[in-house]
Ligand binder design. Structure first.
Ligand code: HMG
Ligand code: MG
Length: 302
């Protein structure tokens, strides 16, 4: 087995996690969540998205949230930018990294960003160029890399096609996303292999939603291929408003427990991470959607 000794986790909870919440979450709560994540040792946090507030009202406070964060040295803060308008707005908030997000399925591209895959590249290309000229790192996300809520199966060739387009416009790092959590390990490995045709393993991350309870298995399958970067979400928050039936990302707590149990370093303090998850879960008036967090919270009671 080709397991890495250290793994980098990007907590996408403040963005992917909260974008799907119906009740408005005040900027102060989002900021506090970011503070708690960085206090737990997260070095990468996906904070918000500069998308249309008509499409995703929960992210309308993007600039306010970015301005309210007391940034720690060594922590990188990323934001989603679907077009030049979003990028120009994001620039004022000085993100360390921006994310352009496309889809391996035409149907999902239309539903999520209101354009075809080819049109999305025309929108992303000037964003990538401007970001790189400003010294901002560019990540790409490939939604529906193993399945689409509108189109069903998505082939590795569709993933390879999108990865090539992303590489062609200058995207530096690519995320392979199972948006609706339908993937199983072999399918995820096929999507990763398709991505590896265009990106080095060090420039690939996994982004697995846990709708069908497969995300930890998929994470292990990716680790076995040498992938060492993953997007995860504290308390298992998450989902995309334009992906019917999609639930949260794999919980950061569960992935940290898995990795530490295998002797793989993350730099994250699991107990403090559990506290961060409890903070946001209390606000949302629910229990953390993480088995590891639940077990550790129960243990504290005994
Ligand atoms: P559109 O309607 O085609 O945009 O939306 P448009 O260029 O025609 O503009 C229409 C209006 O939107 C105009 O305003 C623009 O100013 C405004 P109006 O004149 O009508 O008042 N507008 C914007 N406002 C703020 N920020 C912007 C922006 N752009 C245009 N950046 C658009 C196209 C991409 C904007 C829209 O479809 C959108 O915002 N989509 C975002 C959907 C989204 O956020 N989805 C969730 C994130 S992706 C995800 O979760 C997947 C991921 O986690 C990986 C995975 O799991 O798969 C990353
Ligand atoms: Mg997602």
């Amino acid at each position: 087995m080709n397991l890495p000794t250290r793994v980098k986790l990007v907590d996408v909870g403040p963005r992917d996690g909260l974008q799907n919440e119906k009740q408005p979450v005040p900027a102060a709560v989002k900021i506090e969540l970011v503070h708690r994540l960085q206090a737990a040792g997260l070095k990468e946090i996906e904070v918000t998205s500069f998308v249309s507030p008509k499409w995703v009202p929960q992210m309308a406070d993007n600039a306010q949230v970015m301005a309210g964060i007391a940034r720690l040295p060594g922590v990188r803060y990323s934001v989603l930018t679907p077009n030049l308008q979003g990028f120009q707005a994001a620039l004022l908030s000085k993100p360390d990294e921006i994310v352009v997000f496309g889809a391996a399925s035409e149907a999902f591209s239309q539903k999520n960003i209101n354009c075809s895959i080819a049109e999305s590249m025309e929108r992303f290309a000037p964003v990538v160029e401007a970001a790189r000229a400003a010294g901002i790192y560019v990540r790409g996300a490939m939604s529906c890399a193993v399945g689409c809520p509108y189109q069903g199966e998505v082939s590795p060739d569709s993933v390879s096609y999108l990865a090539a387009l992303m590489k062609g416009i200058g995207v530096q790092h690519i995320g392979v996303a199972d948006t609706i959590g339908v993937g199983t390990p072999i399918k995820v490995q096929r999507a990763l292999e398709a991505t590896l045709r265009h990106f080095d393993v060090d420039d690939i991350s996994g982004h697995f939603h846990d709708t069908y309870g497969q995300a930890l298995a998929n994470t292990l399958a990716a680790l076995q291929m040498g992938v060492w970067q993953f997007d995860t979400s504290v308390a298992g928050l998450g989902g995309c408003p334009y992906a019917k039936g999609a639930t949260g990302n794999v919980a950061t707590e569960d992935v940290v427990y898995l990795l530490h149990g295998m002797g793989i370093e993350t730099g994250i303090d699991l107990e403090r991470l559990v506290d961060a998850g409890q903070f946001i879960s209390d606000f949302l008036q629910r229990k953390p959607n993480s088995r590891a967090a639940t077990a550790l919270l129960n243990k504290r009671l005994n």
